[in-house]
Design a protein around this ligand. Structure first.
Ligand code: ATP
Length: 251
């Protein structure tokens, strides 16, 4: 493990029943990198995110976050240690306003008690953090809108703002373009690019190949639960093993 790797996977394996879902996945993600994770359906991308975020414990191997072994730690401990994640399905509180949604995560990060059953406590610091996160994703003018009233693309931006407010060391984006209309893709791409420009470390599973290749520093290619290659977009596109296993049929 190098000193500057903020996320390190070593020899991750996962067996469920008789099935081998992940096999010998090793990966180092330096601080500030944006890494795309691609691969055909069923390749193991979401499962890998589940292993990183603590939803699933691997049967082999280790996960280190910022040098600390979190392999045995539950989801909330990893989140507290700086792992932020969006899911393929929305994780918003639909009855709260846009600002209240972000303020909840800002308060949670600051260590305040939060409950969805109470009006979020007024806190100047949390409100300032939330407002800054909304400005970063371009939703400042929707702060008082009830979240359920947002268009789909705006909900995706709100989810990213909720992550930003937690100031995570590593951000996992699970298919940020899923369900997003083609008209919203450029704006959300810019929000993700902004995460990177801000120096954040981002891993992104995404099927939208143009988005991935245009955004990331490196691409990790998964196939049948294994990492086929981890390299620059250009090198991955030119890799014959990747082409025959995946890109040849999809790009
Ligand atoms: N809990 C489970 N029990 C059994 N098999 C599972 C389980 N979770 C995932 N799998 C299998 O593991 C493989 C990898 O699934 P995963 O969802 O991680 O792939 P993916 O690359 O994210 O696919 P997609 O692009 O379709 O989202 C699939 O064959 C899936 O059926």
């Amino acid at each position: 493990m190098t000193d500057h790797a903020v996320l390190t996977l070593e020899h991750i394996g996962l067996r469920i029943g008789g099935a081998r879902i992940l096999q010998d996945v090793s990966l180092q993600v330096p601080a500030g990198e944006m890494l795309g994770v691609i691969g055909p359906n069923g390749a193991g991308k979401t499962t890998l995110f589940n292993v990183i975020s603590g939803v699933i414990r691997p049967t082999e191997g280790t996960v280190h976050l910022d040098g600390r072994d979190v392999t045995a730690e539950p989801i909330h401990r990893r989140a507290a240690a700086g792992l932020g994640r969006t899911f393929q399905t929305s994780s918003l509180f639909p009855a709260l306003t846009v600002l209240e949604n972000v303020r909840l995560t800002a308060q949670a990060h600051a260590g305040h008690a939060t409950s969805v059953f109470h009006t979020p406590r007024r806190s100047d610091a949390a409100t300032a953090t939330a407002s800054a996160a909304l400005a970063e994703v371009g939703l400042a003018d929707r702060a008082d809108t009830v979240a359920s009233g947002l268009a789909h693309g705006q909900k995706r931006k709100l989810e990213i703002a909720m992550l930003i407010a937690m100031d995570p060391k590593v951000i996992l984006l699970d298919e940020p373009m899923a369900g997003v209309g083609s008209g919203d893709v450029p704006a959300i791409t810019e929000v993700i690019r902004g995460l990177h420009r801000g120096g954040r470390t981002v891993l992104m599973v995404e099927h939208h190949m143009e988005v991935v290749l245009g955004l990331v520093d490196r691409v990790a290619v998964m196939h049948h639960g294994e990492l086929l290659a981890v390299d620059t977009p250009e090198a991955v596109m030119a890799n014959p093993t990747v082409q025959s296993a995946y890109l040849g049929e999809s790009v």
